[in-house]
Design a binder for this molecule. Structure first.
Ligand SMILES: Cc1ncc(COP(=O)(O)O)c(C=O)c1O
Length: 489
C-alpha cells in the first residue's frame, strides 16, 4: 500500500512462538569482559555527561527530566541532533533510533521545516494565545489524510489527548467504563495508570493515584477478543462501557503485536455494545502513514488521539480528532448552558507547534518519508533477524513499518502471577537488568535505542546508516553468552 511504512504485515503467531521460547529459557548475558569494556567507554569517553548528570542530580529529581533519557550506567547529555545522528557533549556521535521517542520521521532538525519555524519566530513570534492560520491549516491537513477526523483540536501532549478522548466518550455515551489493552500506554493521567507495560499488572504502578480515579478503567489481554467481549458484557449490566481505547499496532508501540484482524474485531464489538472506539495514534500518525494505522487497517474509529509527529518533533504535541458530533463537545469558548468536555492548555495549538505539524505533514507527503523510514526499518530488522539466526540466539527481531523491535530479554512478557509475586518481581528485575545492559552496550557502540529494545527509524536512515548500525549491533550480539546457571523460570 502506498504512503504507508508497512510493506508486509508480520507473522504474529511466529513472533509469539519465538517470544515463548525466549521466555522459557534463562536470560542471556553480556560477557563480563565485554561489559566492563562497555562501562569503561562511559567512564573514559563520556566524562562531560557524567559530570553534568552528577550536578543535575542535585537540582533535578533523578538527574534527568525524561523517562527515556534514563540510561544505564548514567544518562548521556546530548548537544546536537542532525539527520540520522546525535552528538553528546563529549563529541561522541550516535546513530539515533530514539528519534525523540518517535516524534520525528523526517530525520533530526530537518532543514525545510526548521527554516519555516525560524521565519515564523523571527517575523511573527512563537505564541500569542489567539488564533493563528496554522491551526486551521493543520486541522485541514489532518482531515485530508484521515477521513474519520471531521474535526481536530490540538492539545499539549498525548497524555492530554487520551484524557480528552475519554471525557468526550463519557459525555457522549453517558457511560463511565473504559477498557484498555493490558500493557498499553496512553500517557500518565490518573485513570490511565492501569495495566502499564505488562498486561495483568492492574494498579501496580499507580502509586499516588487513589483507587477511585481508576475505578472505571479495565484491562484485557491483547489479542484476546473473547476477554473483551466478556468484559463488555459484564460492563453492560454495570452501567456500560463508554470506550475501548487501543494502540492499533499493539501495546507499547507494538511490543505485543496484534493479529491483523484484531482491530476490526474490536470495532465490531464496540458497535455491538454501543461503546466508542478510540484509536491512540500518538505514535502511529505520520509513522505508519499520514492516514495513521487506521488507514492501514481500514478501520474507522470514533475518536483518534494524536501526539509526537503531529507537531513535527517540536514541543506541545497532542490533539484529539473525530466525528463532528463528538468533537463538538470540546468546542472552545464560554457559551453557558451547553454540556461540554472541558479541555484547555495555555500553550496548546500555539503557532510554532501548529506550523511545525503543518509543514511536517506537507514534507512527509512530498518526500514519502513514511515509506522510506519503513524501508530502513525492514532492512534493519531483516539484518537483525539474520544475525540472530546465524548466531543461534533466542532473540526476536521484527518491525511494524518504521517501528523496530529487538527483544533480547522479554521483560514485558513476564507472566504476572499474583500468588508468586516475589519471584515474578525478581524475574522482571533480572530481565530488565539485561535489557539495560544491552542498551548500554548499544550506546557504547554508537547506537541510541529506546530502552535497549525498540528502534524508531526515520527518512534519514539510508542504506549506509542501516548497514553501519547492523555492524555495530553485530559487535554487541557477538558479546552475549548463554547463561551458565540454568535456573528454571
Ligand atoms: C501510544 C502513546 N500514547 C500516549 C502517549 C503519551 O504522550 P505524551 O508523552 O505526549 O504525553 C505516548 C507516549 O509515549 C504513547 O506512546
Amino acid at each position: 500500500m502506498s504512503g504507508f511504512s508497512i510493506n508486509e504485515y508480520h507473522d504474529t503467531a511466529e513472533i509469539y512462538k519465538k517470544i515463548g521460547h525466549l521466555m522459557s529459557i534463562p536470560v542471556y548475558s553480556i560477557t563480563k569482559d565485554a561489559m566492563s569494556q562497555y562501562l569503561r567507554y562511559f567512564d573514559e569517553r563520556c566524562a562531560g555527561s557524567k559530570e553534568m548528570i552528577t550536578e543535575a542530580k542535585k537540582f533535578i529529581p533523578g538527574g534527568v527530566q525524561h523517562n527515556l533519557a534514563f540510561n544505564h550506567p548514567f544518562p548521556i547529555v546530548i548537544d546536537r541532533a542532525d539527520g540520522a545522528y546525535l552528538w553528546d557533549i563529549d563529541g561522541n556521535q550516535y546513530i539515533d533510533f530514539l528519534q525523540s521517542g518517535g516524534a520525528i520521521i523526517l530525520g533530526n532538525n530537518y532543514a525545510p521545516v526548521r527554516e519555516k519555524i525560524l521565519d515564523l519566530i523571527k517575523e511573527r513570534g512563537p505564541v500569542t494565545g489567539l488564533f493563528s492560520e496554522f491551526e486551521l491549516k493543520l486541522a485541514q491537513e489532518i482531515n485530508r489524510h484521515i477521513p474519520s477526523v471531521d474535526m481536530f483540536r490540538m492539545l499539549g501532549s498525548g497524555t492530554e489527548s487520551a484524557m480528552a478522548a475519554i471525557r468526550v466518550a463519557r459525555l457522549a455515551t453517558g457511560k463511565k467504563k473504559v477498557i484498555k489493552m493490558g500493557g498499553a500506554y496512553h500517557g500518565w493521567s490518573d485513570q490511565m495508570m492501569y495495566g502499564l507495560h505488562i498486561p495483568g499488572t492492574g494498579s501496580y504502578e499507580a502509586h499516588g493515584v487513589p483507587g477511585g480515579c481508576r475505578k472505571h478503567t479495565h484491562e484485557v489481554f491483547p489479542n484476546d477478543i473473547d476477554a473483551l467481549r466478556k468484559k463488555l458484557s459484564i460492563n453492560r449490566i454495570r452501567g456500560g462501557t463508554a470506550a475501548v481505547i487501543v494502540e492499533p499496532m499493539g501495546p507499547e508501540s507494538g511490543t505485543r503485536p496484534l493479529d491483523k484482524d484484531h482491530n476490526k474485531q474490536i470495532r465490531e464489538l464496540c458497535d455491538q455494545h454501543d461503546a466508542l472506539l478510540i484509536f491512540d495514534e500518538v505514535v502511529t500518525f505520520g509513522r505508519i502513514g499520514l492516514a495513521g494505522a487506521q488507514g492501514y487497517f481500514n478501520i474507522t474509529p470514533d475518536l483518534t488521539t494524536f501526539g509526537k509527529i503531529v507537531a513535527g518533533g517540536y514541543p506541545a504535541a497532542g490533539g484529539l480528532g473525530g466525528r463532528r458530533d463528538l468533537m463538538e463537545y470540546v468546542a472552545a469558548g464560554i457559551e453557558g448552558g451547553k454540556k461540554r468536555a472541558y479541555v484547555g492548555g495555555t500553550l496548546a495549538a500555539n503557532p510554532l507547534s501548529s506550523a511545525a505539524g503543518y509543514y511536517t505533514i506537507l514534507e512527509i507527503e512530498k518526500t514519502n518519508a513514511c515509506e522510506k523510514a519503513g524501508k530502513a526499518a525492514d532492512r534493519l530488522s531483516k539484518g537483525l533477524e539474520e544475525m540472530i539466526d546465524d548466531k543461534n540466539l533466542p532473540f526476536v527481531a521484527y518491525n511494524q513499518g518504521a517501528i523496530c523491535h529487538l527483544e533480547t530479554s522479554g521483560t514485558m512478557f513476564v507472566r504476572i502471577n499474583k500468588l508468586k509475586i516475589k519471584s515474578v518481581l525478581k524475574e522482571i528485575g533480572t530481565r530488565r537488568h539485561f535489557m539495560e545492559e544491552m542498551g548500554a552496550a548499544y550506546m557504547a557502540e554508537g547506537i541510541v535505542t529506546l530502552a535497549g529494545s525498540r528502534m524508531y527509524t526515520s527518512m534519514a536512515d539510508d542504506d549506509a546508516v542501516i548497514d553501519d548500525a547492523l555492524h555495530r549491533f553485530e559487535r554487541v550480539l557477538s558479546n552475549v553468552e548463554r547463561p551458565i546457571v540454568s535456573e528454571s523460570l
